[in-house]
Design a protein around this ligand. Structure first.
Ligand SMILES: *Cc1c(COP(=O)(O)O)cnc(C)c1O
Length: 661
């Protein structure tokens, strides 16, 4: 890997000397984006949408095309081909593991729809998975209702989670229609219910059982497993259930054994341990005469959101192929040792199938710079001494050649700024002067920081202190709570990078802040190859071009768990397909507008008619009192009413460019 320190200091000498490859290294695009995302020669983010063909799509062209069609931002783009690509990669990985290790049974993926229930996502996955016999997994009543009509042929429908009689009965109805539905017993009462439903309908249902393993997953979702997990039967309960089945002559009806040690398994060793344990249970049950066809290892196949910190949130220590090899190899070993037939392997990988396919495109609405490029730093003759002192310090920096001199200058600047602030509080300095003092201070800090970088100084505490001070806020047109809830809730990292200008050095240190009136509404750590992940390297904004940031790996969970903080609604969506016979190699299959203001309001029981009546009464009152002229009043009412159909986010085109000097 290239050394970024060298990259940085070299580019300092010549800021034009920055390449797309350097951006790719800086934002770690290879590590989280492969094989789909990369930076093209134009310095834009691009997508290899199809595995087989070398079709690439320039994301900036997609954004331009959608903007021309008047779509509102922020915008979520779904690359449907990536969904297909992931289905193929998952099945191929298990295919090769089975081939290489000479495993004597099959593999079936099932897609857990809780990860992303959007109809188009499920349809695309099922369509791509048809040739592999891919099935579905659901975990609630609504999910079951959505999934049931999609089950065709011999594909699996696995129902986990807490199930009431209605759900169990629906699963059985499906079985009677010939569907391969498997309700998985999560607690003992479900087993009792299933038996009685079977007796009532004169039909003995097939079922699965989830076993509580003693192996605990690692990381965030470890509570999904282990003896205190809220899911599954204990070993003792499984034994009791099998005894009952045997007594009723129904041992053949237990067809699936299930476990799930939690999402985003960080370490392959933990997976192997759990696989070993559950396969032991499988072998015993088979020996007792159960006809278990499927061994279901649940979800957990991880996504590499950020590979810099192994063991941290978002990193995993294995590849897709290693994951498949671990499962196939471990199951085979145990089955051979126990002398039982190998089961058909099932996994419920959701995150890995969906994370890559969608990216969020967010316009930057403005930047709050500390050292603003156009800041006024000229000090008038009659200005008070602290300003002159700051100005002298700034000028003297050019003659400084040692870190010690720079540190001293920084300390002096701090003292002088404090003096200026004290004078302002006491009325000896006006606001304009106070502002100039600030601007001088930031200019000094920024020059010192650059000088430190050129001297490659790192071991002085002031270096980090100044760098942290200089970070700019980039105000972005989105809500963390709607689009990236897992970042706020559990600190999960998501890769973020500019969509364009990637052949230009990003010289500013940015913090991404959102539109919500919540101090938590910001991104607190970033994926980059810098040592310090508390900021994102970004470009200085220009007047003539909207600066867009891309947020990646948004396709798993984030679409559905977002909330309505500040009444920001769902973002607009575009479904994009690759096609090398189309201009730009893509076409837009569908656009779903973001939630309108009136729909968000309806969720909290405000309705347009009523609001119109109230606003209208208010305006009419003001007209009667003579506060506004009648036409003016009616214009205000129209303006108010026009907002109901609007998108809940800001329109970057309508935002005046603020240019503080
Ligand atoms: C959530 C869940 C999954 C999906 O897990 P991923 O880590 O997203 O693959 C699979 N099975 C069960 C039982 C789950 O609860």
């Amino acid at each position: 890997m290239l050394d970024l320190e060298t990259l940085e200091s070299e580019s300092e000498l010549n800021s034009n000397d920055w390449s797309s490859e350097q951006s790719q290294l800086l934002y770690r695009t290879d590590s989280w984006g492969a094989p789909y995302f990369f930076v093209n020669e134009a310095g834009h983010v691009a997508v290899h949408a199809l595995d087989a063909k070398e079709t690439t799509i320039d994301v900036v062209r997609v954004v331009d095309a959608l903007r021309d069609r008047g779509i509102q931002f922020p915008l979520l783009i779904r690359f449907q081909d990536i969904l297909r690509g992931q289905v193929k990669r998952l099945n191929d990985a298990f295919g090769s593991a089975i081939g290489d290790l000479q495993y004597s049974n099959d593999y079936r993926a099932v897609y857990p729809i809780k990860v992303n229930q959007l109809h188009e996502v499920v349809d695309e996955l099922l369509d791509a998975g048809r040739e592999y016999g891919m099935g579905l997994e659901c975990g609630s009543k609504a999910e079951l209702i959505a999934a049931l009509p999609q089950v065709t042929g011999n594909m699996l429908l696995i129902c986990n989670g807490v199930k009431d009689r209605e759900m169990l009965s629906l699963m059985l109805a499906g079985q009677q229609l010939g569907q391969n539905n498997i309700p998985v017993v999560e607690n003992y009462s479900e087993f009792t219910e299933l038996k009685s439903l079977g007796v009532n309908s004169g039909f003995s249902p097939q079922m699965g059982v989830r076993v509580r393993l003693s192996t605990r997953g690692s990381g965030r979702w470890s509570a999904s497993s282990g003896v205190n997990s809220k899911f599954g039967l204990s070993i003792a309960e499984v034994v009791r259930m099998v005894d009952e089945l045997e007594a009723a002559g129904l041992s053949g009806k237990l067809v699936l054994l299930h476990c799930h040690i939690g999402s985003q398994i960080a370490e392959i060793q933990v997976l192997k341990q759990a696989t070993l344990e559950v396969t032991r249970v499988y072998a015993e049950l088979v020996k007792r005469g159960c006809d278990i066809k499927y061994l279901d290892l649940g979800g957990g196949l991880g996504v590499n959101y950020d590979s810099t910190e192994v063991g941290e949130e978002g990193s995993i220590n294995y590849s897709l192929q290693e994951y498949a090899n671990a499962i196939v190899g471990t199951v085979k070993e145990v089955c051979e040792a126990q002398g039982v037939a190998c089961p058909c392997l099932v996994t419920e990988s959701g995150r890995a199938l969906t994370a890559h396919h969608s990216m969020l495109i967010v316009p930057v609405l403005g930047a709050r710079y500390k050292d603003h490029p156009h800041a006024v730093v000229n000090v008038a003759e009659d200005a008070p001494e602290p300003l002159h002192a700051l100005s002298r310090t700034l000028e003297s920096l050019a003659q400084m050649h040692t870190p010690a001199e720079l540190v001293e200058a920084y300390h002096v600047a701090n003292e002088r700024l404090e003096q200026a602030s004290a004078m302002f509080s006491l009325g000896y300095l006006d606001m304009r002067m106070r502002g100039i003092a600030d601007s001088l201070y930031w200019r000094i800090c920024s020059r010192i920081s650059n000088a430190f970088q050129q001297m490659s100084v790192v071991d002085i505490p002031e270096v980090a202190e100044i760098e942290a001070l200089l970070t700019d806020q980039y105000l972005c047109d989105f809500s963390i709570f709607q689009s990236m809830l897992d970042h706020w809730a559990i600190g999960q990292p998501f890769p973020i990078m500019p969509l364009s200008r990637l052949d230009e050095e990003p010289t500013r240190r940015g913090i991404v802040v959102d539109l919500t009136c919540d101090s938590d509404g910001k991104v607190s750590h970033y994926v980059s190859s810098l040592d310090d992940n508390s900021y994102l390297p970004v470009h200085e904004l220009t007047d003539h071009q909207i600066y867009y940031l891309g947020f990646f790996l948004m396709g798993a969970y984030e679409d559905i768990i977002g909330d309505a903080h500040n009444l920001f609604g769902r973002v607009s969506e575009a479904h994009v397909y690759a096609d090398d016979s189309e201009p730009g190699n893509f076409w837009v299959e569908k656009i779903i507008p973001g939630t309108a203001v009136q729909d968000m309001l309806a969720q909290v029981q405000y309705f347009p008619n009523d609001l119109h009546r109230r606003m209208s009464e208010l305006v009419r009152g003001k007209i009667r009192e003579g506060v506004v002229r009648p036409t003016q009043g009616m214009d205000i009412l129209d303006q108010y009413m026009a907002c109901f159909a609007k998108n809940t986010y800001c329109d970057p085109q309508e935002l005046t460019k603020e240019e503080p000097r």
